[in-house]
Design a protein around this ligand. Structure first.
Ligand code: SAM
Ligand code: SF4
Ligand code: SF4
Length: 378
């Protein structure tokens, strides 16, 4: 059966899950140089491979909302590995150089190693392998670090919000011990990962007293610890500005004990500010998603578990790429054209406008409709 390319105007009805951008322009060729309405290139893609998780972190999947009766997606709604690979190829042709697998908990997705093997074979238009990484809560790493590394994963981010066991168990809310996550980090080191990062979300009054113990623990270990400002993602975590510990405060608390100096950013769109210990014991990263909006350099698209493309972490709706992938009449050129036109019309800059609204003392009207972090991935 020969496949046909449907006209550009038809995207409007097929992608109707959000306000439709003007898709009337000519298709943009896939030559790695796609830019959005604010001249931002498409460089990163986060792919959520499951909406399920074995943790119930109180700020991400609180039990009251994600309880036993929560309707997680049925398997048939998930993008298959073949569909993910096909879409990833399209994104890479348009300039994506970095792919991060996330979730939910990505290591819960059966045979995730197979997907990693496939993605590791992709090459950018310049013939370079992708920067392929995965964010995990670390709970399954002692079992899986070796097979992930063997599948071709070279970089890993482990989320860990506290070293204190009682506190950690109360944050993950499933009584998971901190020693098992630390053993997972060790297993990743033994498996030979080139880069291991640990991400700590800091919430005032909950775990900010763990900033210095965490810094002390990971100093000199080769693992880069990154502090993330607690964000107003989703609408289930009851976020308040008072909960945020600004990155500047995190740096000064660390510097009081261990002097640090700033490191110049490595590339455009690097989300973390880097600080180096003056005594040569490595560096820490600060992700200031709230106090320092980096929308101007945001080169990231997100693909949800069921194949919706989101242009911003704070978007309330996505574009249904699964409908396109599962349409037997559409070939890769058609997919490519759709992705190009969606990105081309992108104007999202939530954090910048949040900052402006905060200054003006206003509350954004669309706050209650945002997508949850566990669905779209961090
Ligand atoms: N389950 C995996 C994990 O925890 O690493 C991957 C998915 S999780 C949604 C990705 C990251 O988002 C985690 O590091 C988590 O701490 C972070 N996160 C979740 N809710 C957040 C929030 N409100 N503010 C900042 N980071 C958040
Ligand atoms: Fe699960 Fe990660 Fe969310 Fe915690 S932060 S509930 S581990 S998805
Ligand atoms: Fe990117 Fe949206 Fe975050 Fe701005 S608010 S940096 S556009 S994800």
């Amino acid at each position: 059966m020969s496949r046909k390319i449907i006209p550009v105007a038809d995207w409007r009805t097929m992608l109707r899950d959000r306000a439709t951008p003007d898709l009337s322009g000519a298709p943009v060729p896939a030559n790695g140089s796609l830019t959005d309405a604010r001249a931002r290139p498409l460089r990163d893609l986060r792919i959520s491979v499951t909406d399920r998780c074995n943790f119930r972190c109180v700020y991400c999947m609180p039990k009251e909302i994600f309880g036993k009766d929560h309707p997680f997606l049925p398997h048939s709604h998930l993008l298959t590995f073949e569909e993910i690979e096909r879409l990833a190829r399209v994104f890479v042709a348009h300039g994506v150089e970095k792919i991060r697998l996330t979730g939910g908990e990505p290591l819960l997705r059966k045979n995730i190693e197979y997907l990693i093997e496939r993605l590791a074979t992709l090459r950018t238009p310049h013939g370079k392998p992708l920067d392929l990484t995965l964010t995990t809560n670390g709970s399954l790493l002692t079992r899986k670090a070796r097979s992930l590394r063997d599948a071709g994963l070279t970089r890993l981010t482990v989320s860990l919000d506290a070293l204190d066991d009682t506190l950690f168990r109360s944050i993950n809310d499933v009584d998971f011990p901190v020693t098992d996550v630390l053993a997972g980090v060790d297993a990743a080191r033994e498996a030979g990962f080139e880069s291991i990062k640990v991400n700590m979300v800091v919430k005032r009054g909950t775990n900010d007293h763990e900033i210095v113990p965490m810094a002390r623990h990971f100093r000199g270990s080769g693992v880069v610890l990154r502090f993330i400002e607690y964000m107003d993602v989703g609408s289930s975590n009851g976020w308040r500005m008072d909960d945020v510990v600004p990155s500047a405060e995190v740096v000064s608390r660390i510097a009081a004990l261990y002097p640090v100096e700033p490191v110049a950013p490595g590339y455009r769109g690097e989300t973390a500010e880097r600080w180096r210990y003056l005594d040569g014991q490595g560096e820490v990263g600060l992700i200031s998603s709230v106090t320092h909006a980096f929308c101007g350099d945001c080169t990231r698209a997100r693909l949800s578990t069921e194949g919706k493309m989101y242009l911003c972490l704070f978007a309330s709706q996505g574009y249904d790429l699964r409908a396109l992938v599962r349409n037997p009449d559409l070939d890769d050129a058609a997919l490519s054209s759709a992705v190009a036109q969606i990105w081309h019309a992108r104007d999202d800059h939530y954090s910048e406008s949040r900052a402006a609204h905060n200054e003006a003392g206003q509350i954004r009207q669309d706050d209650a409709r945002r997508v949850e972090m566990s669905y779209i991935g961090g």
